[in-house]
Design a protein around this ligand. Structure first.
Ligand SMILES: Nc1ncnc2c1ncn2[C@@H]1O[C@H](COP(=O)(O)OP(=O)(O)OP(=O)(O)O)[C@@H](O)[C@H]1O
Ligand SMILES: [Mg+2]
Length: 439
């Protein structure tokens, strides 16, 4: 290790270790100096000690600067492509029991959740029904320091007003008719862990006041008891309502809203992240196949086209249920007839793609609602064609295709999954072709 030399090359550089050694020599000579008074020796020794401490501090500082220079700088999310951001989340082992693609809104939500998870800050998750709010709450718990502590979920919309307080904070025996024994509330059960307050927007105003008290004082009182009990509980709340608007209209306490939403995560509706739909088909198709002990269901182009352009008011939950239904009702291949009647397109009505005489392709959305959507569908289609041609040329070898187009192999695998392309089909075709040539 060398001292920083402001005079530039050519001047003598001195090592910290060398300096410290010299100081040690001065100190030991001083200690036994015959011609000096004791007081003088003490004074000089003190000066030598100060000098030694200063050199050691400089040495530590330099080591710190060197280490910082070696450490790779985390790139700014804004400088990365969506694919790189997704891969970065996976590489950082951010635990997420689900699937996600390149949608910037979802990636942003996951990145915020990842940063919030290790802290104890309250998190408010909002999004339409079925967008994955509960899943996100579990992800935040699982990635935090309380992961091995309790995770207690409470549906605030499902508790009758008169039982709310007892449900959340517990009660003492005899506190009200029916309270036949002492009972712990959800907050106490979640002590040291996380409490997930689902449908927080349904919490009546009286409940909101009590919740605010817990957030401020970190203590609760069981119904019918004067005793205060300290609780250390991380709060994650979810809602499909607009709490800010509700608080402006006086339906939700503004102070509670601000306390709950220190970190605010918004999950986009599925129709805003259509690019993720093929990925979810394949994810839930495999999941349903495993649950139903069958092979993953295939789809006719007409069904696939319908499902790619459907609005999914129930978001991911609706898509998941549809795939389970198709996997249960269909044989090898599912068609539009297997859809629930209320969403099934009429039998003899051609899809728009058919009506316009375009070729019916699996990745093309039937009714692009906007130019952006049409562009995305076209880009999906190009991606699919590229992958298929690549696999054809490499005889179905994913590693070779990854090498040829300089892509990360796991990213390539994910794209194949997204499009429901199986490399083994291409390998089989290549083998069949080779056999035919031989015979
Ligand atoms: N990104 C995802 N990948 C895989 N599965 C997902 C994803 N997001 C949500 N899901 C699944 O969708 C279903 C609905 O998710 P969840 O219950 O978390 O939604 P929610 O927003 O809490 O809905 P609600 O408001 O109706 O309670 C669950 O089965 C969940 O596992
Ligand atoms: Mg939920």
């Amino acid at each position: 290790m060398k001292l920083f030399d402001p005079l530039g090359p050519g001047s003598t550089t001195v090592s910290y270790a060398g300096l410290l050694e010299k100081i040690e020599i001065v100190r030991s000579t001083l200690r036994w100096a015959p011609k000096l008074e004791r007081a003088e020796i003490e004074k000089l020794l003190n000066q030598a000690n100060t000098l030694r401490d200063e050199v050691m501090q400089l040495s530590r500082k330099e080591r710190f600067i060197e280490a910082a220079a070696l450490e790779p700088q985390a790139p700014d999310a804004a400088d990365l492509t969506a694919g790189q951001r997704r891969q970065a989340l996976i590489d950082r082992s951010f635990v997420f029991e689900g699937t996600f693609g390149d949608n910037p809104k979802l990636l942003a939500a996951l990145e915020v959740a990842e940063k919030a998870a290790p802290t104890d800050l309250p998190v408010l998750i909002d999004g339409e029904s079925g967008t994955g709010k509960e899943l996100m709450a579990k992800v935040i718990h699982a990635n935090g320091s309380r992961a091995d502590k309790p995770y207690i979920s409470v549906n605030c919309g499902a508790i009758p007003d008169n039982l709310l307080e007892s449900e959340l904070f517990g009660h003492r025996k005899g506190a009200f008719t029916g309270a036949s024994s002492d009972r712990k509330g959800k907050f106490e059960s979640a002590h040291t862990g996380t409490i997930f307050l689902d449908e927080i927007g349904e919490l009546p105003l009286t409940g909101q006041v009590k919740l605010l008290r817990v957030l401020e004082a970190h203590e609760i009182q069981r119904v019918g008891s004067d005793e205060t009990i300290a609780v250390d509980t991380r709060i994650v709340a979810a809602t499909n309502r607009n709490l800010r608007q509700m608080s402006e209209q006086g339906h939700f306490r503004e102070d509670l809203f601000y306390r709950l939403s220190v970190i605010h995560v918004s999950l986009p509706a599925l129709r805003e992240r259509r690019d993720e739909i093929p990925l979810l088909f394949s994810y839930f198709g495999d999941e349903a196949a495993e649950a139903l002990r069958r092979r993953p269901v295939k789809m006719t182009p007409k069904l696939r086209e319908f499902l790619l352009s459907y609005g999914y008011p129930g978001n991911i939950r609706e898509l998941r249920n549809l795939i389970y239904r198709l996997s249960c009702l269909a044989g090898d291949v599912a068609d539009v007839d297997h859809l629930p009647e209320d969403i099934r397109p009429q039998r003899d009505m051609p899809t728009l793609v058919e009506a316009f005489g375009a070729q019916s392709t699996a990745g093309l959305s039937a009714v692009p609602n906007s130019l952006a959507e049409a562009k995305r569908a076209a880009s999906d289609e190009a991606e699919r064609a590229f992958l298929e041609r690549g696999l054809q040329e490499t005889g179905g070898t994913v590693a070779e295709l990854a090498r040829r187009c300089d892509m990360n192999r796991s990213h390539l695998q994910m794209l194949l999954k997204k499009h429901g392309i199986h490399s083994k089909d291409f390998r089989r075709r290549a083998q069949d072709g080779a056999l035919r040539e031989k015979s």
